[in-house]
Every structure is written in C-alpha cells, then in structure tokens.
Design a protein around this ligand. Structure first.
Ligand code: UDP
Length: 568
C-alpha cells in the first residue's frame, strides 16, 4: 500500500483540523489512517448495490494517497465519525415569516457545526417598512435579519474546525436592493457573509437599453416602483470596486440550466458561488489534481488523458457513494439530496499543470487547454454517471428532469475553490493562477523563504538560484522585473498580478462552458484599477456566459487574506 507523500504544510493543516484526536486533544490517526478511514467508509456504500467493497476501498485510498483526487473537507473530516455529514454546500429557503426566518437560522447553525457552508436568498422577505398584519407594525426588512444570521454564525464557529460561511443573495428587483448592495460597504458588517446580487435577464435588457426596470414587493407581487438599471449597475460596480462586495450571479442563466425545474427554482448558491442549488438541497464536491495528470519533463509535459479518464471514473463513483453515506441534520435535506443526487467534480492544480505544460496562464493556448481538459472531464463524468445509472438506477427525480439520457446524478461537475484541499494536495488552488513564487514563513525566530516547487526545480536546473534571488522573490509578487530571470521563464511563471482581468474572465468562461454547476473564481484587479475597468469585467462575464462574477481589487479590504509576505 502506498504511503502518502505530504508536504510540511499539508501535515500541519491535517494535524490541526482533520486527523482524529482523543478527548485530551492527542492525535490518534496519521494522514495514512485518515485516507484509509475515508476510503473504507465511502466504499461501504457499494454494499447497498451488491457491489464488492474491498477493491473499491483500495482504489479510493490510492487515488487520495497519491493526491490525484480529494473530496471536500467535510468528507475528509467527518467520514466514519459521529457526524457523518460529508457535504460542503447547502442552500436553505428563507420564508417571509418569523417561523421561517428563525427555522433557517437554526438549520444553518446545525449545518455550520458539521462543516458545511450555507447559501440563502433573502428575496422573499418583505421590504422594510412594509406591513406586518399580525402586529399592525412595520417590517424591519431583509438586511436586519441578515445581521441575525451573521451573529448566529459568529457564535457557532463550526466546532473550531471550519469558519461558518454564508452566501446572501437578493434579486435585483427587490425593493430593498440599494440597502443590500451597500450592506457590506462598512468592512465590519456581515463578516460571515459573501453577498451577491441576483441579476435577471429583464434587468440586463433594461441596462443595455438604458431603461428603468420594475421593483416588486415579494409579499404582494405588486410593483412598488421603478429603478434606473444603469444607476443600480453602477452602484454594484462602485461597491465592488471599493472592497470586493457584492458579487453578482446571473440568476436567469443559472435557471436556464436547472436540471430539475419541476422540483424547484434555483434562488441561491453556496458561499463561494460555485454551486447553485434548490432550497434544502446539498451537494458534495471533489477535485482532481491536474498537476498529477501530466507526463514528461517540466516545461514540455503533456496531459495524460488515459490517466485522467480513469481518475474521473473513480471520482464519480466516489462522489456518488458519498451521497449514500451522508447524514444530514434535516430530513428535508436528505430527501432533496437523494432525489437529485447532485455531485460536483472539479479540478485543482490548474496553474501548476500549465507550468508543467510550459503554457502561460494568460495565453490563448492555456484557455484552449482549459476548454479541452474540462470538456473531456465533463464528458467522462457524464459517461461514468450514465454507467452508474445502468447499474444503480437513475437519480429518482430523473423523470422530472431535462435529460433524455439516464444519469445517476442531476449534475456532475463544479469548480470549487479548494482552499484547504489544495494545501493538503500541495498544489495551486482550483483554477486560480499563482499568487507569488515565494512566501516567507516565520518559524520560531527564523524566517524561511519557501519557493514554489516547480519554479525552484527549474531555477536550480538553470543555475540561477541563490540567496539574493530568493530574497527578491519573497519581496515581490511578480517576477517580471527581476533582471536575472530569463525571459522565457518570465513568460510562463506569471502570477495573478501579471494577469489582466480579461484573462481571468476568459479562463473562468472556458471552464464554465463545460461545467454543469458553476465556477469558483476571483477576478483580480490591480489596486489602481478604475470603476470602469470593473464595469467592463462584469459586462464581459455576462457576454461570455459566466454564471456570476466575483472581483477583488488588490489592497481594497484591510483584512486581505493573501499577501506576498504571508506568514502563519
Ligand atoms: N466552506 C465553508 N467554510 C469554509 C470553507 C469552505 O463552509 O471555511 C464551504 C463553502 O460552501 C465553499 C465550499 O465549502 O464554497 C468549498 O470550499 P473549498 O473548496 O475551499 O473547501 P475545501 O474542501 O478545500 O476545504
């Protein structure tokens, strides 16, 4: 049985948050034990279908121990423990009543405790100053309720393993939309929320024709007034330029691809935006490490499509089993999840893979490679889901779905952020470019410079590595102005600061083209980017059929997570 080959960072994060501990906090499993625990637990689902368990458990173990595929964190943390809650993504409905609102708060607390993130649409809550019949008073409006969700999240803190995360969505035609758009202008507000405005096609039409659009009270269904579409669009852009919030999601586009419209309408996504879901639906994710799917020397490697095909097949089997092994805090969620059986297979290590192939992130070849590779994964994932359907039956809501061909899962693909699992796998996160080629790490009283492993190898081979270069690399997030680095390396080793928003968006769109669900991606801007740059990016994302867009202008939030001189 192969031993997992893990970096120091990976071991550190596993020990802190994933490996089992006894009541005194002593570790009682190794990373290898963890992969075995997860593999054995997830393979058990085979027994439901009279399929052999042991061989599958071995396959699942190998795929994880080789860091070729990892499931989302809740699966790694909770498989075969008391919780057995294995999904990262949930969407809960928020009804326009006290009961409904506080039910949603309670349910989200239970989900956060188990390591899942929750998304909500606040569009159904009546606007502020509207009538409350039972009391004769006036309504306080959706934003005031969001603050209670936020406070509840603060208090739960997900059992110490994972920070509570929420997505708050509001339709652009809600009468309180201006308050919503500016609700995070003050950086201290709603810190446990990402917020997104749900943009409709009617709105986009009004915006493109420079017209007004209608605001509708969700309680009465009546028009309460008109707003100027450009003004609202500009307000969104202004706030996003200021500190990255709100993002936008193209809700009608998302619903055009809703695989089960008869079961319900999609109104929100999970916290990081990659997973649109029906109310009460959950989804488990998993990601293939693309940097392990190449063969040949660095800079001239090629994609190993046979290996990729095999990995996709096993990963779909794994993720389908996860559904059977998951336990949810609410029966209603179990019912929805088992009805649609959505899974979200995606990728991590995309930019590391490009380095191995010798392609610059900001190049047409890279974008074409992204399309080819995701097109291939999507096709193979559907094939695997179809084969499972033949063996295990299609997802129960299949007859009510948009599909003619039988599948086991209503969706198969999603691009997750892979914030933690990419560290475990020791690769670049999701489809994001590298942030820097070196980081400073403070260990007791020493400062170590950690180099990106692929760059370190090339720099050694070329004989350009020395302490002075290391220092330079650690102090700047781009290598473009470092004289001793040869031009051909500068071309390939681009970091997110060297990449224009257009290339970020083109990359997102290339993946989105072959992803059933959505794509987690941050469109990075330089600090001096203008509001108009942000506006153009939003328009481009719409034009290129992205399902949403999240931007971040460097330095625009004081609590910026990633800086070049990062330490922990
Ligand atoms: N998530 C969460 N809390 C966190 C990180 C993630 O609830 O602290 C949820 C959220 O729904 C997010 C999803 O997990 O969209 C996937 O995030 P990511 O891929 O970064 O998770 P990983 O599996 O790497 O931990």
């Amino acid at each position: 049985m192969i031993e997992p080959d893990l970096s120091e960072n990976s071991i550190r994060i596993l020990e802190a948050r994933y490996l089992k501990k006894d009541p005194d906090g002593n570790l009682i499993e190794t990373p290898k034990d963890m992969f075995l625990r997860v593999a054995n637990n997830i393979a058990e689902a085979n027994a439901i279908y009279d399929e052999p368990v042991d061989k599958t458990a071995e396959e699942f173990y190998e795929m994880m121990a080789k860091l070729e595929f990892l499931p989302n964190s809740p699966t790694l943390m909770n498989a075969d423990n008391d919780l057995q809650q294995l999904s990262a993504c949930f969407v809960l409905p928020v009804e326009d009543s006290m009961d409904g609102i506080f039910d949603a708060i309670k349910n989200s607390a239970l989900i956060h405790k188990s390591g899942g993130g929750t998304g909500f649409s606040f569009s159904r809550i009546r606007p502020k100053n509207d009538i409350v019949k039972t009391t004769g008073g006036v309504a306080s409006g959706p934003i005031s309720f969001m603050r209670i969700f936020d406070e509840a999240t603060n208090t739960v803190k997900q059992g110490g393993k994972r920070r509570g995360a929420n997505m708050g969505v509001m339709r652009v035609d809600h009468p309180d939309i201006r308050d919503f758009i500016t609700s995070k202008e003050d950086e201290d507000q709603l810190n446990n929320f990402n917020i997104s405005v749900a943009i409709t096609e009617d709105f986009m039409e009004a915006y493109q024709n420079n017209e007004k659009y209608e605001l509708i009270n969700p309680r009465t269904g009546k028009i309460t007034g008109l707003e100027d579409a450009s003004e609202i669009f500009n307000l969104i852009v202004e706030m996003a330029h200021k500190n990255g919030e709100p993002g936008i999601i193209f809700l009608d586009k998302i619903n055009e691809e809703n695989p089960t419209p008869e079961i319900g309408e999609i109104e929100s996504t999970n916290p990081c935006g990659e997973q649109p879901l029906l109310p009460f639906e959950a989804c488990n994710l998993g990601s293939i490490n693309l940097s392990k799917m190449t063969e040949g020397p660095i800079g001239e490697a090629e994609i190993n499509y046979d290996k990729l095909a095999e990995t996709v097949k096993k990963a779909v089997h794994f993720l389908d089993n996860v559904i059977d092994m998951s336990e949810f805090p609410l029966d209603k969620i179990t019912e929805m999840v088992q009805g649609n059986r959505k899974i979200g297979l995606g990728v991590m290590g995309y930019s590391d893979m490009l380095l191995k192939l010798g392609l610059a992130y900001n190049s047409q070849e890279a974008v074409e490679t992204a399309e080819n590779i995701m097109g291939f994964i999507n096709k193979k994932a559907r094939e695997a889901s179809h084969k499972l359907a033949k063996r295990r039956g299609p997802f129960p809501n299949f007859e009510k779905s948009i599909y003619e061909k039988e599948y086991r899962n209503a969706t198969t693909t999603t691009i997750a952020p892979t914030g933690s699992i990419s560290i475990i796998a020791g690769t670049s996160s999701g489809i994001e470019p590298l942030f820097a080629l070196a980081y400073e790490r403070h260990v007791i009283d020493e400062t170590l410079v950690e180099l990106h492993p692929i760059f370190a190898q090339i720099a050694e081979e070329r004989g350009i590595m020395n302490d002075e270069l290391k220092e330079k690399l650690a102090s700047q997030s781009s290598i473009q102005k470092i004289d001793e680095i040869p031009d051909d390396l500068k071309e390939i080793f681009v970091t997110s600061h060297d990449i224009t928003p257009e290339w970020h968006i083109k990359t997102q769109a290339a993946f989105q083209k072959y992803v059933d669900n959505a794509v987690s991606k941050t469109i990075n801007f330089k600090n001096n980017a203008s509001k108009n740059d942000v506006k153009e990016a939003y328009e481009l994302a719409y034009k290129l059929d992205c399902k949403g867009i999240t931007i971040y202008r460097d330095g625009s939030r004081s609590g910026q997570v990633l800086t070049t001189k990062s330490s922990d």
